[in-house]
Design a protein around this ligand. Structure first.
Ligand code: HEM
Length: 278
Protein backbone atom coordinates (compact mmCIF):
# COMPACT_ATOMS: atom_id res chain seq x y z
CA UNK A 1 0.00 0.00 0.00
CA UNK A 2 1.37 3.44 -0.94
CA UNK A 3 1.15 6.32 1.53
CA UNK A 4 -2.07 8.42 1.32
CA UNK A 5 -1.70 11.27 -1.20
CA UNK A 6 -0.60 14.50 0.44
CA UNK A 7 -1.19 17.59 -1.77
CA UNK A 8 1.40 19.45 0.37
CA UNK A 9 4.06 17.45 -1.49
CA UNK A 10 3.31 19.34 -4.67
CA UNK A 11 3.11 22.70 -2.99
CA UNK A 12 -0.49 22.99 -1.79
CA UNK A 13 -0.59 25.41 1.12
CA UNK A 14 -2.02 23.64 4.15
CA UNK A 15 -1.40 26.15 6.91
CA UNK A 16 -3.42 29.35 7.06
CA UNK A 17 -2.57 30.59 10.48
CA UNK A 18 -2.43 34.39 9.99
CA UNK A 19 -3.01 34.18 6.23
CA UNK A 20 -6.12 34.91 4.22
CA UNK A 21 -7.76 31.68 3.15
CA UNK A 22 -10.57 30.91 0.71
CA UNK A 23 -13.25 31.21 3.37
CA UNK A 24 -11.82 34.49 4.66
CA UNK A 25 -11.73 36.07 1.21
CA UNK A 26 -15.32 35.03 0.43
CA UNK A 27 -16.58 35.76 3.94
CA UNK A 28 -18.11 32.31 3.96
CA UNK A 29 -18.80 32.43 7.67
CA UNK A 30 -21.29 35.24 6.94
CA UNK A 31 -22.69 33.74 3.74
CA UNK A 32 -23.11 30.25 5.17
CA UNK A 33 -24.30 31.59 8.49
CA UNK A 34 -27.23 33.34 6.86
CA UNK A 35 -29.54 30.34 6.42
CA UNK A 36 -31.84 30.42 9.40
CA UNK A 37 -34.98 28.37 8.86
CA UNK A 38 -37.91 29.39 11.06
CA UNK A 39 -39.53 25.95 11.10
CA UNK A 40 -38.42 22.34 11.37
CA UNK A 41 -39.57 21.65 7.81
CA UNK A 42 -36.90 19.93 5.72
CA UNK A 43 -37.66 21.97 2.55
CA UNK A 44 -37.34 25.38 4.15
CA UNK A 45 -33.56 25.19 3.58
CA UNK A 46 -34.15 24.71 -0.16
CA UNK A 47 -36.55 27.66 -0.18
CA UNK A 48 -34.09 29.94 1.63
CA UNK A 49 -31.08 28.98 -0.48
CA UNK A 50 -33.06 29.31 -3.71
CA UNK A 51 -33.98 32.88 -2.79
CA UNK A 52 -30.56 33.80 -1.46
CA UNK A 53 -28.71 32.51 -4.51
CA UNK A 54 -31.22 34.34 -6.74
CA UNK A 55 -30.49 37.54 -4.82
CA UNK A 56 -26.73 36.99 -5.28
CA UNK A 57 -27.14 36.58 -9.04
CA UNK A 58 -29.39 39.66 -9.07
CA UNK A 59 -26.63 41.55 -7.29
CA UNK A 60 -24.26 40.68 -10.10
CA UNK A 61 -26.91 41.52 -12.72
CA UNK A 62 -27.28 45.01 -11.20
CA UNK A 63 -23.49 45.46 -11.29
CA UNK A 64 -23.39 44.44 -14.96
CA UNK A 65 -26.49 46.35 -16.12
CA UNK A 66 -25.01 49.51 -14.58
CA UNK A 67 -21.76 48.89 -16.48
CA UNK A 68 -23.64 48.17 -19.73
CA UNK A 69 -25.63 51.39 -19.39
CA UNK A 70 -22.44 53.40 -18.81
CA UNK A 71 -20.78 51.77 -21.82
CA UNK A 72 -23.78 52.55 -24.05
CA UNK A 73 -23.74 56.14 -22.75
CA UNK A 74 -20.11 56.40 -23.90
CA UNK A 75 -20.82 54.69 -27.27
CA UNK A 76 -18.47 51.89 -26.20
CA UNK A 77 -20.49 49.18 -27.89
CA UNK A 78 -17.89 46.41 -27.69
CA UNK A 79 -17.88 46.68 -23.89
CA UNK A 80 -21.67 47.01 -23.74
CA UNK A 81 -22.19 43.84 -25.80
CA UNK A 82 -19.83 41.79 -23.68
CA UNK A 83 -21.58 42.97 -20.52
CA UNK A 84 -25.12 42.49 -21.85
CA UNK A 85 -24.23 38.97 -22.98
CA UNK A 86 -23.18 38.28 -19.40
CA UNK A 87 -26.45 39.65 -18.04
CA UNK A 88 -28.39 37.27 -20.30
CA UNK A 89 -26.27 34.35 -19.09
CA UNK A 90 -27.02 35.37 -15.48
CA UNK A 91 -30.72 35.17 -16.25
CA UNK A 92 -30.19 31.81 -17.91
CA UNK A 93 -28.60 30.69 -14.65
CA UNK A 94 -31.59 32.03 -12.70
CA UNK A 95 -33.91 30.22 -15.09
CA UNK A 96 -32.18 26.87 -14.61
CA UNK A 97 -32.42 27.28 -10.85
CA UNK A 98 -36.21 26.81 -10.97
CA UNK A 99 -35.62 23.13 -11.75
CA UNK A 100 -34.31 22.65 -8.22
CA UNK A 101 -37.22 24.47 -6.59
CA UNK A 102 -39.75 22.56 -8.68
CA UNK A 103 -38.84 19.44 -6.72
CA UNK A 104 -40.73 20.99 -3.79
CA UNK A 105 -44.34 19.78 -3.79
CA UNK A 106 -47.39 21.67 -2.43
CA UNK A 107 -47.36 19.27 0.53
CA UNK A 108 -43.72 20.19 1.28
CA UNK A 109 -44.38 23.93 1.00
CA UNK A 110 -47.40 23.94 3.29
CA UNK A 111 -45.19 22.56 6.07
CA UNK A 112 -43.47 25.95 6.43
CA UNK A 113 -45.43 28.55 4.41
CA UNK A 114 -47.00 30.03 7.55
CA UNK A 115 -43.50 30.76 8.91
CA UNK A 116 -42.91 33.25 6.07
CA UNK A 117 -45.60 35.58 7.41
CA UNK A 118 -46.14 38.36 4.89
CA UNK A 119 -42.68 38.20 3.37
CA UNK A 120 -42.59 37.67 -0.38
CA UNK A 121 -40.30 38.17 -3.38
CA UNK A 122 -42.62 41.07 -4.12
CA UNK A 123 -40.50 42.94 -1.56
CA UNK A 124 -37.19 42.13 -3.31
CA UNK A 125 -35.61 45.56 -3.74
CA UNK A 126 -32.95 44.15 -6.04
CA UNK A 127 -35.63 42.81 -8.39
CA UNK A 128 -37.30 46.23 -8.36
CA UNK A 129 -33.96 47.91 -8.99
CA UNK A 130 -33.36 45.68 -12.03
CA UNK A 131 -36.81 46.57 -13.36
CA UNK A 132 -36.15 50.26 -12.76
CA UNK A 133 -32.69 50.07 -14.35
CA UNK A 134 -33.91 48.49 -17.55
CA UNK A 135 -36.93 50.80 -17.89
CA UNK A 136 -39.97 49.27 -16.15
CA UNK A 137 -40.48 52.08 -13.63
CA UNK A 138 -43.45 52.13 -11.28
CA UNK A 139 -42.77 54.43 -8.29
CA UNK A 140 -45.55 52.65 -6.33
CA UNK A 141 -43.15 49.71 -6.02
CA UNK A 142 -40.93 51.82 -3.73
CA UNK A 143 -43.59 51.89 -1.00
CA UNK A 144 -42.82 48.45 0.48
CA UNK A 145 -39.32 49.82 1.21
CA UNK A 146 -40.38 52.97 3.05
CA UNK A 147 -39.32 51.34 6.34
CA UNK A 148 -35.74 51.12 4.94
CA UNK A 149 -35.05 54.74 3.94
CA UNK A 150 -31.66 53.96 2.40
CA UNK A 151 -33.19 51.37 0.07
CA UNK A 152 -36.13 53.62 -0.81
CA UNK A 153 -33.60 56.39 -1.56
CA UNK A 154 -31.57 54.07 -3.75
CA UNK A 155 -34.67 53.18 -5.78
CA UNK A 156 -35.72 56.84 -6.00
CA UNK A 157 -32.24 57.85 -7.17
CA UNK A 158 -32.42 55.20 -9.86
CA UNK A 159 -35.53 56.93 -11.22
CA UNK A 160 -33.48 60.08 -11.84
CA UNK A 161 -31.13 58.24 -14.20
CA UNK A 162 -31.92 57.27 -17.79
CA UNK A 163 -32.84 53.58 -17.98
CA UNK A 164 -30.78 51.07 -19.96
CA UNK A 165 -33.32 51.32 -22.77
CA UNK A 166 -33.42 55.12 -22.69
CA UNK A 167 -29.61 55.05 -22.92
CA UNK A 168 -29.86 52.78 -25.98
CA UNK A 169 -32.40 55.07 -27.65
CA UNK A 170 -30.20 58.11 -26.92
CA UNK A 171 -27.25 56.25 -28.52
CA UNK A 172 -29.41 55.61 -31.56
CA UNK A 173 -30.04 59.36 -31.85
CA UNK A 174 -26.32 60.13 -31.51
CA UNK A 175 -25.71 57.64 -34.29
CA UNK A 176 -27.77 59.80 -36.65
CA UNK A 177 -31.08 57.93 -36.54
CA UNK A 178 -34.22 60.02 -36.29
CA UNK A 179 -35.40 59.75 -32.68
CA UNK A 180 -38.11 62.28 -31.74
CA UNK A 181 -36.76 65.11 -29.59
CA UNK A 182 -39.70 64.73 -27.20
CA UNK A 183 -38.59 61.17 -26.43
CA UNK A 184 -35.02 62.28 -25.75
CA UNK A 185 -36.33 64.99 -23.39
CA UNK A 186 -38.58 62.65 -21.39
CA UNK A 187 -38.65 62.60 -17.59
CA UNK A 188 -36.52 59.54 -16.72
CA UNK A 189 -38.76 58.72 -13.74
CA UNK A 190 -41.64 57.62 -15.97
CA UNK A 191 -42.02 54.07 -17.21
CA UNK A 192 -41.11 53.75 -20.89
CA UNK A 193 -43.98 54.59 -23.23
CA UNK A 194 -44.00 53.10 -26.68
CA UNK A 195 -43.32 55.64 -29.43
CA UNK A 196 -43.86 55.29 -33.18
CA UNK A 197 -40.84 57.43 -34.01
CA UNK A 198 -38.56 55.22 -31.91
CA UNK A 199 -39.97 52.13 -33.59
CA UNK A 200 -39.34 53.73 -37.00
CA UNK A 201 -35.71 54.44 -36.04
CA UNK A 202 -35.14 50.85 -34.91
CA UNK A 203 -36.94 49.57 -38.02
CA UNK A 204 -34.49 51.53 -40.16
CA UNK A 205 -31.67 49.71 -38.39
CA UNK A 206 -33.29 46.31 -39.00
CA UNK A 207 -33.96 47.05 -42.68
CA UNK A 208 -30.25 47.55 -43.31
CA UNK A 209 -28.28 45.89 -40.51
CA UNK A 210 -24.92 46.29 -42.24
CA UNK A 211 -25.29 50.06 -42.43
CA UNK A 212 -26.13 50.29 -38.71
CA UNK A 213 -24.37 47.26 -37.29
CA UNK A 214 -23.62 48.48 -33.71
CA UNK A 215 -27.28 49.49 -33.23
CA UNK A 216 -28.50 46.26 -34.76
CA UNK A 217 -26.26 44.28 -32.43
CA UNK A 218 -27.35 46.44 -29.48
CA UNK A 219 -31.03 45.86 -30.27
CA UNK A 220 -30.54 42.11 -30.49
CA UNK A 221 -28.63 42.04 -27.20
CA UNK A 222 -31.53 43.87 -25.54
CA UNK A 223 -34.08 41.50 -27.06
CA UNK A 224 -31.97 38.59 -25.89
CA UNK A 225 -32.00 39.97 -22.35
CA UNK A 226 -35.75 40.52 -22.38
CA UNK A 227 -36.28 37.04 -23.79
CA UNK A 228 -34.47 35.55 -20.76
CA UNK A 229 -36.24 37.89 -18.38
CA UNK A 230 -39.61 36.79 -19.76
CA UNK A 231 -38.61 33.16 -19.29
CA UNK A 232 -37.78 33.94 -15.66
CA UNK A 233 -41.25 35.43 -15.11
CA UNK A 234 -42.87 32.47 -16.87
CA UNK A 235 -40.88 29.93 -14.85
CA UNK A 236 -41.81 31.79 -11.68
CA UNK A 237 -45.56 31.85 -12.33
CA UNK A 238 -45.52 28.22 -13.45
CA UNK A 239 -43.71 27.18 -10.28
CA UNK A 240 -46.12 29.28 -8.22
CA UNK A 241 -49.16 27.62 -9.81
CA UNK A 242 -47.57 24.23 -9.31
CA UNK A 243 -46.92 24.87 -5.63
CA UNK A 244 -49.80 27.09 -4.42
CA UNK A 245 -52.33 26.93 -7.26
CA UNK A 246 -54.48 30.06 -7.23
CA UNK A 247 -53.97 30.90 -3.53
CA UNK A 248 -53.19 34.49 -2.63
CA UNK A 249 -49.51 35.36 -2.23
CA UNK A 250 -47.86 35.85 1.15
CA UNK A 251 -47.18 39.40 -0.11
CA UNK A 252 -50.92 40.00 -0.39
CA UNK A 253 -51.49 40.02 -4.16
CA UNK A 254 -53.84 37.63 -5.97
CA UNK A 255 -50.80 35.35 -6.46
CA UNK A 256 -50.65 33.63 -9.87
CA UNK A 257 -53.22 36.11 -11.26
CA UNK A 258 -50.87 39.02 -10.38
CA UNK A 259 -47.85 37.23 -11.82
CA UNK A 260 -49.75 36.42 -15.03
CA UNK A 261 -50.48 40.11 -15.46
CA UNK A 262 -46.76 40.81 -15.09
CA UNK A 263 -46.08 38.48 -18.03
CA UNK A 264 -47.55 41.19 -20.25
CA UNK A 265 -44.92 43.76 -19.29
CA UNK A 266 -42.78 44.73 -22.28
CA UNK A 267 -39.42 46.25 -21.41
CA UNK A 268 -38.41 47.29 -24.92
CA UNK A 269 -41.75 47.49 -26.77
CA UNK A 270 -40.52 49.04 -30.02
CA UNK A 271 -37.95 46.27 -30.46
CA UNK A 272 -40.70 43.65 -30.32
CA UNK A 273 -43.28 45.53 -32.37
CA UNK A 274 -41.00 46.53 -35.24
CA UNK A 275 -40.85 42.84 -36.17
CA UNK A 276 -44.46 42.96 -37.30
CA UNK A 277 -43.82 45.76 -39.74
CA UNK A 278 -40.57 44.55 -41.33
C1 HEM B 1 -42.45 28.11 -4.07
C2 HEM B 1 -41.80 29.15 -4.46
C3 HEM B 1 -42.41 30.50 -4.70
C4 HEM B 1 -43.71 30.89 -4.53
C5 HEM B 1 -44.93 30.07 -4.09
C6 HEM B 1 -43.75 32.28 -4.89
C7 HEM B 1 -44.88 33.05 -4.87
C8 HEM B 1 -44.96 34.37 -5.25
C9 HEM B 1 -46.18 35.14 -5.31
C10 HEM B 1 -47.57 34.60 -5.01
C11 HEM B 1 -45.84 36.39 -5.70
C12 HEM B 1 -46.79 37.59 -5.88
C13 HEM B 1 -46.64 38.54 -4.71
C14 HEM B 1 -47.31 38.01 -3.46
O1 HEM B 1 -48.51 38.28 -3.27
O2 HEM B 1 -46.63 37.35 -2.65
C15 HEM B 1 -44.41 36.42 -5.89
C16 HEM B 1 -43.67 37.52 -6.30
C17 HEM B 1 -42.33 37.51 -6.50
N1 HEM B 1 -41.46 36.47 -6.27
FE1 HEM B 1 -41.98 34.58 -5.82
N2 HEM B 1 -42.50 32.71 -5.25
C18 HEM B 1 -41.66 31.64 -5.14
C19 HEM B 1 -40.30 31.64 -5.41
C20 HEM B 1 -39.56 32.74 -5.74
C21 HEM B 1 -38.13 32.75 -5.93
C22 HEM B 1 -37.19 31.55 -5.80
C23 HEM B 1 -37.79 34.01 -6.21
C24 HEM B 1 -36.39 34.47 -6.45
C25 HEM B 1 -35.91 35.55 -5.93
C26 HEM B 1 -38.98 34.82 -6.22
C27 HEM B 1 -39.05 36.17 -6.46
C28 HEM B 1 -40.21 36.89 -6.58
C29 HEM B 1 -40.25 38.25 -7.05
C30 HEM B 1 -39.07 39.10 -7.50
C31 HEM B 1 -41.59 38.63 -7.02
C32 HEM B 1 -42.16 39.98 -7.47
C33 HEM B 1 -42.59 39.85 -8.94
C34 HEM B 1 -43.25 41.08 -9.51
O3 HEM B 1 -43.66 41.98 -8.76
O4 HEM B 1 -43.37 41.16 -10.76
N3 HEM B 1 -40.04 33.99 -5.94
N4 HEM B 1 -43.90 35.18 -5.61
Amino acid sequence: MSDPYDPANEGARMDFDGRMSYGDYLQLDRVLGAQKPLSDAHDEMLFIIQHQTSELWMRLAIHEIGAARAAIGGDDFAQAFKTLARVSRIFEQLNSAWDVLRTMTPADYTTFRAALGQSSGFQSWQYRLIEFMVGNRNPAMIRPHAHHPEIAALLETELTRPSLYAAAVAALARGGLAVPQAVLARDPAASWQEDEGVQAAWAQVYRDPRAHWPYYDLAEKLVDFEDYFRRWRFNHVTTVERVIGMKRGTGGTGGASYLRRMLEVELFPELWHLRTVL
